[in-house]
Design a protein around this ligand. Structure first.
Ligand SMILES: *[C@@H]1O[C@H](CO)[C@@H](O)[C@H](O)[C@H]1NC(C)=O
Ligand SMILES: *[C@@H]1O[C@H](CO)[C@@H](O)[C@H](O)[C@H]1NC(C)=O
Ligand SMILES: *[C@@H]1O[C@H](CO)[C@@H](O)[C@H](O)[C@H]1NC(C)=O
Ligand SMILES: *[C@@H]1O[C@H](CO)[C@@H](O)[C@H](O)[C@H]1NC(C)=O
Ligand SMILES: *[C@@H]1O[C@H](CO)[C@@H](O)[C@H](O)[C@H]1NC(C)=O
Ligand SMILES: *[C@@H]1O[C@H](CO)[C@@H](O)[C@H](O)[C@H]1NC(C)=O
Ligand SMILES: *[C@@H]1O[C@H](CO)[C@@H](O)[C@H](O)[C@H]1NC(C)=O
Ligand SMILES: *[C@@H]1O[C@H](CO)[C@@H](O)[C@H](O)[C@H]1NC(C)=O
Ligand SMILES: *[C@@H]1O[C@H](CO)[C@@H](O)[C@H](O)[C@H]1NC(C)=O
Ligand SMILES: [Cu+2]
Length: 608
């Protein structure tokens, strides 16, 4: 790994902030982490898994990227970092930068102001599940827990597909998949392998930094005969909390202390089990669990995991965590944004994800460049286009986001540029927040904070944060399928201040030139009348009035499925270009879910 540490200890009086530099050549390698299939995988400097990034609080991080993929553009997002003063380094393509074209170089350069457990991944066209995902650890010499452990370990969980994302996505968002059934992973991985042995010594305390770097599956994680003492979630220190089992959704992190036993007579299984309630169908050959081991004595056997006595996992409830700093509930919001999560079909027959009635479509001009070139109109949300779903936040407002899940699936919601207070989370099936009768009197007075929170099926969450970080920040579900099907909104925070203070380096403009992406004007690239959105990128049109909604399509398909006795995921062909003429047609099984899999849940295809 080509990384170097350059100490910039200029003056003796200044704390030892360093510049940490990584040179990353992103390219294709072959990997086979589950031993089942070699596949082209996106690596760095010829390696996969990709390197761990490490720095200290206060350091300046420089990541020089060379895109050697040849056939795909890319970008890097440093998940959970505030990017305070450096929103242009946040990574999402067409939001804060243009994608890095094949053969091009691009430098990420920013200062890190926060300690904790993070990760970095591609934020371009659903690419990270193809391998471009790795840990990012910010060490803290001042950690309140620094005297509580002997050693630290980084441990990831993830899911793995044998097929590449471009092909999976063109199936997922298409008329042959009208219920929007997500491709089911082929395997679960622990630290990107299925053969993880963690050597431990007796009578020691370890700090484990666990990260779910997967695309889709949440995972239940536990260490047999050992408890965990949670001390950090998503970069926020917590009051120590004991847990037997935790749940990490895609993108969540958790650090915990684990004290080893005093004797070395046995080794113990580490379990990471994918949450199969997320899957519409369960392929018969899927092993959705992965096992690793705490190895006290390598001469002793590695035990097989103990089966749970019931199918209830009873994981630790992260809403009960109390931040170490005891930050109180933020006051009544200056701006409250209510987002209803809906899945529905558009007139191309494919299934999309919506916040309210909008499915995200990237603008022609990256939103940040619209901020920088829109003069006096910068605070008018209309210029950012309808389908980026923009919300302009004023400097230092208290912002509240209410998310109502009008969908029977779990969704892990992530906010860029901040962590938020999770002030309320309902149980499953509670309906919308507005109809539930819950008020701010019910909110947690010292709320748990993190940057990714799980919203339960047909439930709701209420989040609050202070708009003290000028930038363009996405709010989205972190299931990569749902990112691609549009479950995303754009927060344009303190844009006037941004316009006045931000200097974007030349290589960012070069990336746009190389990709022929305009850097001026509104979302449609219009520079004269910024309210003229003609030519903006749009989603497919709505289904014709009176035409079957997704629910009806799903129901019809379920009935059909029942009749023909095939419990595979939806295959459905529209008879012609006019959806009104739709007629269900049998189609061959897809490559991801092997045909003949066990039907999981009540109605195949009805739930999503
Ligand atoms: C890109 O290149 C990789 C590695 O050669 C190949 O496996 C993959 O199919 C290509 N993808 C596309 C979309 O052309
Ligand atoms: C990184 O940014 C700082 C200013 O924030 C600048 O002084 C420095 O030259 C930049 N380094 C690189 C390698 O771009
Ligand atoms: C997991 O992988 C990381 C590299 O990404 C490595 O630093 C770490 O030591 C591994 N963890 C264990 C417990 O082996
Ligand atoms: C873990 O915690 C649970 C509940 O607090 C307790 O019942 C159990 O004995 C603990 N197990 C170990 C190995 O400490
Ligand atoms: C290990 O031994 C120490 C010192 O005798 C004791 O305090 C501790 O409780 C023991 N730990 C376990 C898990 O038995
Ligand atoms: C995964 O683990 C759970 C919990 O122990 C168990 O019920 C299930 O049968 C396991 N699945 C497989 C495929 O081994
Ligand atoms: C969403 O609804 C609002 C208000 O009803 C309407 O103004 C807007 O055009 C709709 N947007 C889309 C994408 O349909
Ligand atoms: C909300 O608070 C009210 C008043 O304290 C209480 O009666 C009600 O049960 C709470 N609702 C929920 C869902 O906890
Ligand atoms: C960003 O920096 C400003 C100025 O130092 C500070 O007031 C603000 O709290 C920071 N925001 C975040 C999210 O760290
Ligand atoms: Cu989702």
């Amino acid at each position: 790994m080509a990384s170097s540490l350059v100490c910039l200890l200029g003056s003796l009086a200044i704390a030892s902030a360093s510049t940490v530099k990584y040179d990353f050549e992103i390219g294709w390698v072959t990997a086979n982490p589950d031993g089942l299939a070699d596949r082209p995988t996106i690596g760095i400097n010829g390696q996969w898994p990709i390197p761990k990034i490490e720095a200290n609080v206060g350091d300046q991080l420089i990541v020089n990227v060379l895109n050697s993929l040849g056939n795909q553009s890319t970008s890097l997002h440093f998940h959970g970092l505030y990017m305070n003063g450096s929103t242009h380094m946040d990574g999402p393509a067409q939001v804060t930068q243009c994608a890095i074209q094949p053969g091009s170089r691009f430098t990420y350069n920013f200062t890190i102001s926060q300690p904790g457990t993070y990760w970095y991944h591609s934020h371009t066209h659903g690419q990270y599940p193809d391998g471009l995902r790795g840990p990012l650890i910010i060490h803290d010499p001042e950690s309140p827990f620094k005297d509580r452990y002997d050693e630290e370990m980084v441990l990831t969980v993830s899911d793995w597909y044998h097929d590449q994302m471009p092909g999976l996505l063109s199936f997922f968002i298409s008329k042959v998949n009208p219920t929007g059934a997500e491709p089911v992973p082929n395997s679960a991985l622990l630290n990107e392998t299925q053969d993880l042995r963690v050597p431990v010594e007796p009578g020691k305390t370890y700090l484990f930094r666990m990260i779910n770097i997967g695309a889709f599956a949440g995972q239940y994680i536990w260490f047999e005969s050992h408890n965990m003492t949670i001390i950090e979630v998503d970069g926020v220190y917590t009051q120590p909390a004991e847990a037997e089992r935790i749940y990490l959704s895609a993108a969540q992190r958790c650090s915990f202390l684990l004290t080893t036993r005093n004797d070395t007579s046995e080794n113990f299984a580490i379990n990471a089990n994918m949450d199969i309630t997320l899957f519409d169908q369960l392929p018969g050959d899927l092993n959705w669990n992965v096992t690793g081991w705490l190895v006290y004595d390598s001469a002793k056997p590695l035990p097989i995991p103990t089966e749970l006595e019931s199918d209830v996992y009873d994981e630790f409830d992260d809403m009960t965590l109390v931040p170490w700093d005891n930050q109180a509930l933020l006051g009544e919001p200056d701006q409250s944004i209510s987002l209803d999560v809906i899945m529905d079909n558009l007139n191309d027959g494919a299934n999309y994800a919506f916040f309210n009635n909008i499915t995200y479509v990237a603008p022609k001009v990256p939103t940040l460049f619209t901020v920088l070139t829109s003069g006096d109109l910068v605070s008018n949300s209309a210029i950012y286009g309808e389908y980026t779903h923009p919300f302009v936040l004023e400097k230092d407002q208290i912002v509240e986001i209410i998310v109502n899940n009008i969908d029977p699936g779990k969704h892990p919601f992530h906010l860029h540029g901040h962590n938020f207070q999770a002030v309320w989370r309902s149980e499953e099936e509670a309906g919308t927040f507005q109809d539930s009768g819950v008020t701010s009197d019910n909110f947690t007075q010292v709320p748990m904070r993190r940057d990714t929170v799980v919203l339960f099926p047909n439930g709701n969450v209420v989040l609050r944060f202070k708009a003290d970080n000028p930038g363009v920040w996405l709010f989205h579900c972190h299931i990569e399928w749902h990112v691609q099907s549009g479950l995303m909104a754009t927060f344009v925070e303190a844009p006037l201040e941004l316009q006045q203070t931000l200097a974007v380096p030349k290589d960012h403009y070069d990336a746009c030139d190389a990709g022929k992406v305009p850097t001026q004007g509104n979302a449609a690239g219009n520079t004269v009348n910024l309210f003229d959105l003609s030519g903006q990128n749009v989603p497919p049109g709505p289904l014709p009035e009176g035409f079957t909604t997704r629910g009806k399509v799903a129901m019809a398909f379920s009935v059909l499925t029942g009749l023909i006795g095939v419990a595979v995921v939806a295959w459905y062909g529209f008879a012609g270009p006019a959806p009104a003429a739709a007629a269900p047609a049998a189609a061959p099984p897809q490559s991801v879910g092997t045909g003949g899999g066990i039907s999981h849940g009540t109605l195949v295809g009805a739930g999503k």
